[in-house]
Design a protein around this ligand. Structure first.
Ligand code: TXA
Ligand code: MG
Length: 535
């Protein structure tokens, strides 16, 4: 089959629409990635899509429409659908609804639900309108490889297998849309994207599919069928590097000394260290990382690299989507560098019993760092941290010391100041944690646990072998806080309200410990976790 290369002009789009009406396939640009479109009302077109991509036919397609109301023809809409469409569409959000008969089961992989999306890319919108039907479209890549963010990527994968490609330049966002399942008056994120959890969370209650950051297995099946398959993978095997930044950079440098062809994707901050080497950079901002990621991965196809090493970027905002794609692209292969003894991060809500869990690690022979204690320890009179904080927050500084009450009051209602304090304090605490862990490793300790209530906020989760979250019922937490800190229930509640809820820890942590107040059962569970991660 000869694939037509069309321009995104009126004539090009009219031509593309004629192809769709005849049951053919056209790749088209969207703001996320290029899609491979066929009529959503035609079972035959869906079959051709699966064939062209080499995609398993139980992996359903997303249908693309021009306006929110166009969904009526294909799905049972709900008030929540319209509310979210009004807030985020046209744009990178896909909603799962109950399907109507107009959508053949071939499109939905046999499911009774259908995924609906309203793209914002002008060429995509003109194309859908010209077709006059909804367009069923997966990403326009061969199944398993990174999604295409340029028309040239589509051509590399699908030239000769589809009828036409509309050339529309680079995709703005670069990662596929956020997929959500509507759930009562809230939603569950099945695939993270540019409509972030934070954005959705301002309007509705959001949860996450448990498998967003975990390797699916027989017990853990993703709710979006497609997410169980190997995905986004470059032809050369990809490994993610976990560890202190300096160690990661040094590891990359060593690898390049051994093999100048090795693939290396580092941060812009490493430019100086790796100057003159053949490496690629992820931009500093998460949006830039999202835009560049797939293109960077594809850039290694056809090169001599035997493997690609990549840094792990922070996972907040759209960073969560970047990390989700990287994990899948790497087949969950992570190399821990620098501190090579297993490090278990220990976190959870206040009063849930982190210190109890920490004691269990200690009894098992692990080295334990308590970040709270370290922070206090760094704030002695005239210490470097006191002086740094004193320069940033003079109102809380007196005679070489920091008044923590005044400091808390200063940052309490000022997000920027709070972020500045956190960056500074976390940086100092983590440097000390790394120093202590290196020492423990040299002393022959076999593993360590780092007890940190702000584990995720500080980004230290990226350096942990596994993260354990401690959860406990609200009443038990309140009781522990009021007794331990001598405050009343109202203040304890106010403190808890400012923290992440339990859902957050269930999704983010690799393991959860339910603390029912029985220390033996907590230690039993810690024992099992230690066996699993400490080889
Ligand atoms: O940004 C995007 O969403 C791009 C552009 C082209 O719109 N499309 C895209 O499609 O990424 P695709 O086919 O590569 O990914 C669709 C994902 C799959 O993981 C699939 O399992 C899930 O959506 N999905 C589709 N229908 C579903 C349904 N009814 N229930 C649950 N998951 C569904
Ligand atoms: Mg895809």
């Amino acid at each position: 089959m000869k694939t037509l290369h069309l321009k995104d002009t009126a004539a090009g789009i009219a031509r593309a629409a004629r192809i769709i009406k005849k049951g053919g396939l056209v790749a088209f640009p969207t703001e996320t990635v290029y899609g491979l479109g066929g009529s959503a009302e035609d079972a035959g077109s869906a079959k051709k899509i699966y064939e062209a991509k080499g995609r398993p036919s139980d992996n359903p397609l997303i249908i693309h429409i021009a306006r929110a109301e166009d969904a009526e023809k294909y799905a049972y809409t709900t008030p929540l659908y319209y509310r979210l469409a009004k807030a985020f569409c046209p744009g990178p959000l896909t909603m799962i609804l109950k399907k109507k008969e107009t959508v053949p089961y071939e499109v939905t992989g046999g499911l009774d639900t259908v995924a609906v999306r309203i793209p914002s890319h002008p060429a995509a919108r003109r194309f859908i309108e010209a077709c006059g039907v909804a367009i069923a479209a997966p990403s326009a890549n061969l199944s398993g490889s990174p999604s295409p963010t340029e028309a040239e990527h589509v051509a590399a994968d699908l030239d000769g297998r589809i009828d036409a490609i509309i050339y529309g330049g680079g995709c703005d966002i670069g990662l596929e849309s956020t997929i959500i399942r509507l759930d009562g008056d809230g939603a569950v994120i099945l695939r993270p994207g540019a409509v972030t959890e934070e954005m959705l969370g301002r309007l509705i209650h959001v949860g996450r599919d448990e498998t967003l950051l975990k390797k699916p297995d027989a017990d853990l099946r993703p709710q979006a069928p497609g997410m169980k398959y190997r995905h986004y993978a470059p032809k050369v095997p990809l490994y993610l590097l976990k560890g202190p930044h300096d160690d990661v950079a040094a590891y990359m440098k060593r690898k390049l000394d051994e093999d100048p062809d090795a693939g290396v994707i580092c941060t812009e901050a490493d430019k100086a260290l790796l100057r003159g080497r053949n490496v690629t950079y992820l931009p500093n901002d998460a949006e830039g990382q999202a835009r560049r990621l797939f293109s960077l991965l594809r850039g290694y196809d056809g090169r001599d690299a035997k493997s690609i090493l990549c840094v792990i970027p922070p996972r907040t905002g759209i960073g969560l989507a970047v990390y989700n794609r990287l994990l899948k692209a790497a087949g969950y292969n992570i190399i821990q560098v620098g501190i090579t003894i297993p490090v278990i991060g220990l976190t959870g809500q206040s009063g849930a019993g982190k210190s109890t869990a920490a004691q269990c690690f200690e009894q098992l022979g692990g080295f334990v760092c308590d970040c709270d204690e370290i922070y206090h320890g760094l704030l002695y009179k005239n210490s470097p941290l006191c002086e740094t904080l004193g320069a940033l927050f003079p109102e809380a500084y007196r005679d070489g010391e920091i008044d923590r009450k005044i400091l808390s009051a200063t940052v309490f209602s000022d997000k920027e100041k709070l972020a500045l304090l956190n960056r500074t304090a976390h940086g100092a605490v983590l440097d000390r944690v790394r120093e202590l862990l290196r020492q423990a490793q040299a002393d022959g300790k076999k593993f360590a646990a780092v007890d940190a209530s702000q584990l995720f906020e500080s980004g230290y989760d990226n350096e942990c072998t596994a993260v354990v979250g401690v959860c406990a019922p609200l009443q038990a937490r309140l009781k522990r806080i009021t007794e331990r800190d001598g405050i009343d229930e109202e203040r304890a509640l106010a403190r808890l309200e400012n923290q992440h809820n339990e859902d957050f820890f269930r999704v983010y942590c690799d393991e959860i410990i339910e603390n029912d107040g029985d220390i033996t059962s907590v230690c039993d569970k810690i024992g099992k976790i230690t066996e699993k991660y400490v080889k």
